[in-house]
Design a protein. Sequence first.
Length: 751
Amino acid sequence: MHHLWTPPGHHFAGFFFIADDATTYLAKMRQGADGSWLWNDPYTSEPHGGVFLFSFYLVFGHLAALLHLPLIATYHLARISGAVAVVIAADQLCRRVLPEDRRLGLVLVILGSGAGFLAQALGNPALLGSRVEALDLHLPEISGWYSILAIPHFAWATALIIAALLGLLRIAETPAWRPVALTSAALIALTAIHPQMIPVLGVIWIAYQGVLVIWGDRPSIRSLAAQAVPFLATLPLLAYNAWILFRDPTIAEWARQWRHQAPGPVSLAVSLGLPLLAAILGMVIAWRRRDRGLALMLVWPPLVIALLYLPNLANIQRRLLDALYVPVGILAAVGIRALTSRLRRPRARRIEAVLVTACCISSALVLAIALRFASGAFAEAYIGGDAWQAMQWLSAHHQQSDEVLSSPGAGQLLPAWAGTHVYVGHYSETLDYFRKIRNVQEVLKPGEPESTVRAFLHDNGITLLYWGPDEALTGFDPMAQSYLRAILRDGAVSIDTAIQAPAIVEAQKSRAYHAAPVIADLLSSSDDAIRSSAADCLGYLGIKAPSRYGEALLPSLADREAFVRSCAAESLGALRYEPAISGLGRLLMSDADELVRTCAAEALAAFDDSRVLSFAQPAIDDPDPTVRANVVRVIALRGDGTALPMLTERLNKETAFQPRAALLGAVWLLGSGDALPRLLELLEGADLMQSTIVLNVLLDVISEAGRSSIVRDAAAVPDALARSKQRDEVVGRHADSVLNEMAKRLGATSN
């Protein structure tokens, strides 16, 4: 229907719910279709290896390749098969625990929903101190019908949860290898989709056994051991997930961005609505009857709700809601049937029909929202024709190492439809998403120096620019840039390549040290982009022979192209090639390009040599504030107390934020204790960029300061950083790095 109703000149994107997240799932399927069994995040520019996550979508990607199916068709195959699986599983569960009211239970499990629509109709009023949200219209995991329509792995996870519980019930009755094996397989598959549900099911199962013991049933040791086997089978995969979550730096940083906090209790209660009220009645009835068939359903909702509001290490409380609608629907059927049991049959049927209809209103509204998407009411459901053609072209013509710069909107689509990596694209999977958006806004604006833009593209490994209507709003014009070459012009969309040597970039990324001699020869290339890429690369690949490649880089300090000079300066600092100190000093004092002078100052800071001060001190009055800040850093790291009068004099007349922060840090490091509180004061009211500057200075000086200085003066640091963390999550993560360094310095010095 969506496909048939697509507006002219557009292409249906394939999703009618939560398109931003669903697009990332399609990108994961593409990696599977390309043959990978490890997920590599295409939405962030930080280098990282593949990990065994999102295996559900990798498997369906492999299936798409095997069956030669389009990825979007396979995505909906996963969704439809998940719907069939969850309906069959729910039916089997209802047959077991609710044999007389199986159909009513099944309807309420699949179609039951809450009354959040009323809160939305009333403008989401505040109640008991919190704003009431219509979760049943926004969170697919809160209802069976929404899960089926929106996200394939939600439905499959619920089906596996039910299958595992049915298997455990069979094991409890008759311990045997077959139900143990099948239940183990179900739990392992669930671990691959939603590992957080394994401990949740474990708690539910233990509570269930506890209720049976209270009611007089005592399982045998053999039965308990057999019940434990499926949970034990998940431990290797659970351990792997925990290891990458806390030890892999990219995954750990990604996990910190998760926004899966528990919803407000009032919003949750309203969004579970009438089924929850009927389920509470069903719980009372089941407890009074000591109904062993319903005992498992009885313990499930209260335990999940309790776990929902307890802190957890991964900050994924909301993800514990998986399949909660199953026990709520079954217990609601018990409650509704109890309410009408004393009425005459015709009247009871009418009241049941009214109650069941009321329980399913939100599910009907969810379907209506999907149909409204199909009508073209929401632009995000469609991709413009020019954009679609450009992405299809890029899918066939990009290199594996390409990194694309675009607006976040296009960046969200490119990994899925073109298979490329992007600098920024998804609020959750792009590390430091908002900071990167600001970075792009700062760099790609009219009048920004060419060297700054080129440095940004180079430092972030960006090889392609996708330029459409959203990107054009920046005012930046790729066609006017000599370092960009158009490789596609299609209507309102263009794709430009940042002129550089892809083989050099790839060698740098893969740490191909054996390629260093060949790359050194490219320093004499006539192509500016090749020379700059080679100069930058040797700072990494030349580290095993710094004298050889430092000597090769020296002539590049006099290159005619400023960007080549800046890359050579950075690499010579990385190699700590001491014969370069004089050349770097000359660049710092006399080069016309501020980026070159900045890179020269950064490089000089790497040398523990008194000569660097003779170049840095005269440059403290440089006209560029970034250069001044880096010069001050050199003096702070390589100078001593004799530099304090000069730095203090400069501080008294410095007005620019970055060098002022650097000066305060330098003055404190060299012995002036009252400078640190003044540096911390700069954090008050600072924006993200200013906070980053101050935190970088703090990290620098704390890592160099002695223990006595830290103990004497840094007591105020934790409080100041705690306040800054409350204002911005990105700042918070940076602040944690400073606090960790301070703790390490104190601990390391005291040992």
